[in-house]
Design a protein around this ligand. Structure first.
Ligand code: NAP
Length: 280
């Protein structure tokens, strides 16, 4: 029987530790979030981040823009926030409306405040083994594996999905921990040939219940990153009822990777704050 990885409970421990640290801060750490447009999933993610920041006593400042705001106006705001000594971390909530360049906007965030780790500078540092902020979802996946004492070295990890946000960075982190890594994507032929070999299977596709029981090896560790929202219900990429009968560990959706991602974001913001204040 599979052990369920309780991301909600584990993220609470991390948030509790952060709350203690924030309590001791003279000036509270602050996270600025830029939201453009009215994507319903983004609204939900932002609510979660705001709630979690409030829970630990961190300031949360939301800057909302209509979808037809000019890129220049948004970039100007980001530059202001870069220069604002009371703002520690800045994120741009994705996805952005199609009329904007996410790359240009994200790259205007100063690398020292890039708590999502998505600017070109952060990514260059990450892939060159230099100190940087690591994208929060891959970081959350690694934290869940660590907290559950799941061995990575020498294991075959299969990552389904190759986005810059999740698939590629988590594959890199697994490689850094000496896993043998296979990355699959939409052009992979005979996907289940690969998924069935996985000791650790990470799925970040965004298709409801896409991985079924027959695609998974007995005893595999399964991390479900996907989130599909249908009529206010959230579904993962993994068919939980089937896969949990075979896996040794599995993350649920909701309550798995999602809450830990938020905790990792807050941890990165606190780290920004700490670095800034200890280097003064
Ligand atoms: P994305 O940028 O859309 O990437 C999806 C990846 O899945 C792509 O690499 C794509 O391949 C691959 N893919 C699509 N169809 C496939 C198929 N039939 N077989 C194999 N691979 C396929 O999405 P993302 O940003 O990585 O996010 C993935 C999911 O995770 C989404 O549901 C998102 O909402 C969720 N997410 C959750 C969290 C969290 O905190 N829990 C955080 C971030 C994202 P190609 O590259 O070939 O197109």
């Amino acid at each position: 029987m599979s052990q369920i990885i309780d991301g909600k409970k584990m993220s609470k421990q991390i948030k509790d530790e952060l709350a203690m640290k924030v309590k001791g801060c003279m000036i509270k750490p602050s996270l600025a979030v830029i939201q453009i447009g009215e994507d319903p999933s983004s609204n939900a993610y932002i609510r979660n981040k705001s709630k979690a920041a409030n829970e630990i006593g961190m300031n949360f400042r939301l800057f909302q823009y209509a979808f037809d705001t000019s890129e220049r106006e948004i970039i100007n705001r980001i530059v202001e926030l870069n220069n604002d000594e009371y703002i520690d971390g800045i994120i741009v909530q994705l996805p952005l409306p199609n009329n904007m360049s996410a790359k240009r906007i994200i790259n205007s965030i100063d690398v020292s405040k890039d708590v999502d780790g998505l600017t070109n500078k952060s990514l260059a540092r990450f892939y060159n083994n230099r100190k940087c902020f690591i994208p929060c979802t891959p970081l959350a996946i690694m934290e869940l594996l660590k907290l559950n004492d799941i061995e990575i070295s020498g294991k075959h990890a299969v990552v389904v999905g190759r986005s810059n946000l999740v698939g590629k960075p988590v594959a890199e982190l697994l490689l850094k921990k000496d896993a043998t890594v296979t990355i699959c994507h939409s052009k992979t032929e005979n996907l289940e040939f690969y998924t069935k070999q996985a000791d650790i299977l990470i799925v970040a596709v965004g298709e409801k219940e896409f991985i079924t029981g027959d695609m998974v090896k007995e005893g595999a560790v399964v991390i479900d990153v996907g989130i599909t929202r249908e009529n206010d219900t959230l579904y993962g990429d993994v068919k939980f009822d089937e896969v949990s009968k075979k896996s040794s560990y599995i993350t649920p959706v909701p309550g798995g990777v999602g809450p830990m991602t938020v905790a990792m974001l807050l941890k990165n913001v606190f780290e920004c704050y700490n670095t800034k204040n200890t280097s003064k």
